[in-house]
Design a protein around this ligand. Structure first.
Ligand code: KG4
Ligand code: ZN
Length: 360
């Protein structure tokens, strides 16, 4: 069965083919540079870019694989959560294709797509604990199968990636700045008293990162010399280049390490708490853009090793938004006997994605 995946929920436009659960090919276009000028994603620009790029990318995918519209059995569409205007562009494209070819439509929860992505590289093991850490979400799930997700905890304010991006912005680094904070921290020893591990002194599985961001802002207000005086030029956006622009590179590296430590420790504590409570968990799945973070990867690796769990951490290109994970999650839902109709709704950020599948 050939499934086309379509991803347009935020600022990446992607199309991918998955055949019988295996990735055939993917084409992805990122709008990051366009939004970086504004310091965050501008929804109107995002929708227009999806509209402009989607047919171009689809034509490239067809050319690269030799598989035309007639070969497509199903179209998996990322239906939300995301920016509504952007989601609607992908949804219209997916529905148009289904209408003209007779392919089956299957809507995919973008967040579930992230957590199922490791299945493209290794066999998924259930029940699993899923930690989704991205620019918009910090969610903990119990996953009993590819179509049975139970939300255990979520962020009450900023997502982990949002905290990274806001701290990067305070330092005058371009958006999205998470990876620069990660790179700058390499080899530095964190000062564990510099920043709080936010919202751990309770007995729940929720997260809150806005206090941590404020703590970094207060720290930087007293240590202005650690912030870049202007946004570093593109050619300096690597560890050496950035450190050479900073008057106190060692202090900056320690600040970044301390911030990375505070975030990854918070994630570790809540993940361990969930594992203590949930029965029968066999695997730990970590996904979303922040799963690319070296501190988070190390913390989750340690948990999995101590508790003898299978660790499923997708490769970096599968951590961030992509269409392969959507095609794959759609294929899994179809395998479980689910589909959607052409009245499928897109779901904006903030609204729960309904499980309104139709039985095949
Ligand atoms: O999953 P994703 O591509 O998009 C959303 O759906 O949000 O995640 C993007 C987020 C951004 O906040 C970005 O700064 C963060 O992932 N990110 C990182 C790293 N790489 C990407 N954060 C920390 N360390 C990294 N290495
Ligand atoms: Zn995402």
């Amino acid at each position: 069965m050939l499934v086309l995946g379509v991803e347009t929920s935020c600022d990446e436009t992607g199309v991918a083919f998955v055949r019988d659960g295996q990735l055939v090919a993917e084409v992805l276009a990122s709008q990051t540079d366009m939004h970086a000028v504004f310091g965050g994603v501008v929804p109107e620009i995002a929708s227009r870019e999806h509209q402009r790029m989607l047919p171009v990318l689809f034509a490239q995918l067809v050319e690269r694989t030799g598989l035309g519209p007639a070969a497509i059995d199903a179209v998996a569409i990322a239906r939300g959560p995301g920016l509504l205007g952007s989601l609607l562009v992908g949804m219209s494209f997916a529905k148009g294709l289904c209408l003209s070819t007779g392919a089956t439509l299957i809507g995919v929860n973008h967040l579930h797509g992230h957590l199922l992505a490791p299945g493209l590289e290794a066999e998924l093991v259930f029940p699993a604990l899923g930690l989704l850490v991205s620019g918009g979400h910090t969610h903990l799930y119990r996953m009993d199968s590819p179509v049975a997700f139970q939300l255990l905890g979520r962020t009450l304010d900023d997502a982990a990636g949002e905290a990274f991006d806001k701290v990067a912005k305070l330092l005058n680094l371009p958006y999205p700045g998470g990876r620069y904070l990660d790179e700058l921290s390499a080899g530095a020893v964190p000062d564990t008293s510099m920043f709080p591990r936010a919202y751990i002194h309770n007995d729940n599985l929720d997260f809150s990162f806005s206090g941590l961001k404020t703590s970094v802002a207060n720290h930087l207000a007293r240590q202005q010399h650690l912030c870049f005086s202007a946004m570093p030029p593109r050619e300096s956006l690597n560890r050496q280049g950035l450190l050479s622009l900073c008057p106190e590179p060692d202090q900056l590296a320690i600040l970044c390490a301390s911030f990375n430590w505070a975030v990854s420790e918070t994630l570790r504590i809540k993940t361990e708490r969930a594992l203590d409570r949930e029965k029968g968990i066999r695997a730990l799945i970590v996904a979303g853009g922040v799963a690319a973070n070296s501190w988070v990867r190390k913390a989750m690796g340690d948990i999995a090793q101590t508790r003898r769990l299978s660790l499923m951490l997708p490769r970096l290109s599968l951590c961030t938004d992509n269409a392969s994970m959507i095609a794959y999650a759609g294929w899994l839902a179809l395998q479980h006997g689910y589909r959607h109709d052409l009245d499928l709704e897109s779901i904006p950020r903030g609204r729960a994605v309904p499980e309104d599948w139709i039985r095949i």
